[in-house]
Design a protein around this ligand. Structure first.
Ligand SMILES: [Zn+2]
Length: 68
């Protein structure tokens, strides 16, 4: 069952709720009982791989012209 984020327009409360299907989104109310809630779309988690990123930026200074 997917977990959606909601934000209440009345009191500004953000909360999560598990919704079984799209049709029941209209039945969602905030923990304070307000019905003026809207879906909050949060972007997917971005994972930065620090070690792998810098491995590609490895430079060999003057390796081409140093030897003869
Ligand atoms: Zn509310």
């Amino acid at each position: 069952m997917p977990l959606y984020d909601f934000a209440c327009a009345e009191c500004g409360t953000t909360f999560e709720k598990k919704i079984s299907y799209q049709g029941s989104l209209n039945d969602v109310s905030c923990p304070q009982g307000h019905h003026a809630v809207r879906r909050v779309y949060r972007p997917p988690q971005v994972v930065f791989k620090g070690s792998g990123w810098y491995a590609t930026d490895h430079r060999k200074p003057e390796s081409a012209s140093a030897d003869r």
